[in-house]
Design a protein around this ligand. Structure first.
Ligand SMILES: Nc1ncnc2c1ncn2[C@@H]1O[C@H](COP(=O)(O)OP(=O)(O)OP(=O)(O)O)[C@@H](O)[C@H]1O
Ligand SMILES: [Mg+2]
Length: 620
């Protein structure tokens, strides 16, 4: 349901089409870096601990060698027989412990940096999403997008843990081992190790690159399946109305089948990778041990040396074993992160002009009656020759000009699809006009900040959607921090207090997903209450009472009129009886004002308005 148009439409409308330009992995890393560098001391400390852990780790086989070699001591030497092995054993234990200790310390120190960076990025993305235009949000698929963000945040964590905790330490260890091997023994060992490493890495990277496509496909299908599930559940009622559970299930299953095929492919290619890696490791291990055994036989090496070489290799190949997984995870994390960063780079269609200032609410020389302080600075609103189209090929509004004088009410009536709600969206600056301008108190709304603009306007929209929280939360949303008394006052004005008070949980009643546990009229009144609580100088009522019964509508209408008193108000209505008192009534048809004037004058004209009026009077 949340899909109007498509991307072709948005690019046609002059909005830069934004295909996800894949960045290089280095770009992504560079973008991530500043977030981490906020914690530079932690990063540096973690690196120091890591080097410490690796030094201790490399020390273990060396000690092991000494331990084995001391076993050769002549039995007569009591001190040597006891002290040396015991001392070495203790040192061996201590080193092992140190390795773990350093690793844990590093984790401890670094966790805060990882979490902090993840939090900053997630928050920034969230804020950015709110800053993006309505157009973007109407086109997006909520489920798929939240999945992307989720994966992006997880990507940061796995990227950091894999690169910093696996790749870098392994490289350090390899360097240390190679140095020891080539210094202590003949260069054969170093060459074999190097060769095996090169082969191993080359093989892993190549196969993994080839496998990435399957993983990517799996992810795409995963997001698609998720989108479908979320969209379908959001439309729970519609699904039921049309008995379409099986259809929805089939659609979902279609995605699942493709997802599973992609995952299977991914799994089977993983086996190829693992087997190849083990082969390379086995060959090099055999070669090393062959050289070492030869060395012992020739008397060039001690038994301890043999043990040490073996221990080195086993220690070195354990992390290598995970290299395939790690490489893939890193690539994957980078892709996920890139997706999130791309979201961050999406340009805002409606952005504050450089140097935009806050909207100034002057009284326009028409101060209101004393006593209603809120209305005192209601500004005038002017639409000057406004033309607008959501999609350039289909203009919606044509050269509209009208003014709502400060503190007055202007009503817009007309057939469905005429563009009435569009007027409200333009005034709110959800979209920018393509021609002409809209001013508030003489200031072009494109020249003021969006925050100050929206602060000044209150809207009761045509379709009210509520947060899945309590009634109180939803009303107080108009003015976060409002007290219970203020909330109740607004609820009374909107004629919903009695209803709320009569429910078992009162103001703590949960309204359900999108407010669906309330009736249409109740929802509308909650929306009115929260707008009253916001109490802005400019009001927009877009069919604000359309879902109410006549009795309630009349009662609220009186209330709304008293609130709108001295406020600059735009009313959209189908029921003409609700707008008879308006300063001016505009009859809008297909984006053009076809008639305008006060109620009596319009009736006297005996035109479209008079006919609409007669029709409604007779049906009532
Ligand atoms: N986001 C959008 N993208 C493209 N077209 C849109 C969009 N929103 C509305 N429209 C089109 O613009 C036209 C005017 O819509 P608008 O909501 O202003 O009508 P309305 O006068 O408020 O009608 P109603 O009385 O039914 O609420 C409609 O034909 C609608 O299809
Ligand atoms: Mg409308």
């Amino acid at each position: 349901m949340r899909r109007f148009g498509d991307t072709a439409l948005s690019s046609a409308a002059g909005i830069p089409a934004q295909p996800a330009v894949p960045h290089s992995d280095w770009d992504t890393l560079r973008r991530l870096f500043p977030y981490l560098w906020q914690y530079k001391w932690r990063v540096l400390a973690a690196l120091a601990f890591m080097v410490g852990a690796k030094l201790a780790n490399v020390g273990v086989p060396v000690l092991l060698k000494n331990l084995v070699d001391t076993m050769d001591i002549k039995p007569g030497d009591a001190v040597a027989v006891l002290v040396v092995p015991v001392g070495l054993l203790l040192a061996y234990g201590a080193l092992r412990l140190t390795t773990t200790l350093f690793a844990e310390l590093r984790e401890l120190v670094f966790a805060k940096a990882t979490q902090g960076a993840a939090r900053s990025i997630a928050l920034e993305t969230f804020r950015h999403l709110h800053a993006l235009s309505l157009r973007f949000h109407l086109e997006r698929q909520t489920g798929g997008m939240t999945r992307d963000i989720e994966r992006g945040v997880r990507g940061i964590e796995s990227l950091i843990s894999y690169s910093l905790y696996s790749i870098v330490p392994t490289l350090i260890e390899v360097a240390l081992v190679l140095t020891i091997l080539s210094v202590k023994f003949d260069t054969w060992f170093a060459w074999i190790t190097l060769g095996a490493l090169a082969g191993y890495i080359l093989f892993t990277v190549t196969v993994t690159e080839w496998r990435t496509q399957f993983r990517k496909q799996a992810n795409e299908f995963d997001s698609a399946a998720h989108s479908k599930a979320v969209d379908s559940l959001l439309n729970y009622e519609t699904v039921k109305y049309f008995n379409n559970e099986d259809f929805e299930a089939a659609r979902y299953d279609e995605s699942l089948v493709r997802l599973h095929q992609a995952r299977l492919k991914s799994q089977s290619t993983l086996s190829v990778l693992n087997t190849g890696q083990q082969l390379i490791i086995a060959i090099s291990l055999v070669a090393m041990l062959w050289r070492a055994t030869q060395g012992v036989v020739d008397g060039r090496m001690t038994l301890g040396d043999l043990v040490m070489v073996n221990a080195f290799m086993i220690q070195l190949y354990i992390p290598l074993n995970f290299l395939g997984v790690i490489y893939r995870e890193i690539k994957q994390s980078l892709t996920d992160l890139d997706k999130m960063f791309t979201l961050l780079e999406r340009e805002r269609e409606v952005a504050d002009a450089p140097g935009a200032s806050a909207l100034v609410l002057s009284s326009d020389g028409r101060l209101s009656a004393a006593g209603s302080s809120q209305g005192a600075n209601a500004p005038s609103v002017r639409f000057e020759d406004v033309s607008f189209a959501y999609d350039p090929s289909r203009p919606i509004l044509h050269h509209l000009s009208f003014e709502i004088p400060a503190g007055k009410t202007v009503a817009v009536v007309g057939p469905s699809g005429a563009g009435k709600s569009t007027l409200a969206r333009l005034l709110y600056r959800f979209y920018d006009v393509q021609q002409g301008r809209i001013t508030i108190g003489g200031q072009d709304i494109r020249q003021v900040t969006q925050a100050s603009l929206r602060q000044a306007i209150g809207i009761v929209p045509q379709d009210t959607v509520l947060f899945n929280d309590t009634v109180e939360y939803n009303i107080a949303y108009g003015h976060p921090g409002a007290s219970r008394t203020e909330v109740e006052e607004a609820a009374r004005a909107a004629h919903i207090h009695a209803f709320i008070a009569a429910t078992p949980k009162g103001y703590d009643t949960m309204v359900g997903e999108r407010g669906l546990k309330l009736s249409g009229g109740e929802k509308q009144r909650v929306a009115i209450a929260r707008t009253l609580l916001k109490n802005p100088p400019i009001l927009i009522f877009d069919e604000a009472t359309s879902a109410l019964d006549s009795a309630n509508e009349r009662a609220i209408q009186a209330e709304l009129q008293s609130v709108a008193h001295n406020k600059t108000t735009l009313v959209v209505a189908h029921r003409l009886s609700t707008v008879v008192d308006a300063h001016e009534i505009l009859v809008l048809e297909a984006g053009r004002i076809v008639e305008r004037g006060a109620h009596a004058a319009l009736l006297a004209q005996n035109g479209i308005y008079a006919r609409m009026w007669a029709l409604q009077q007779s049906s009532e």
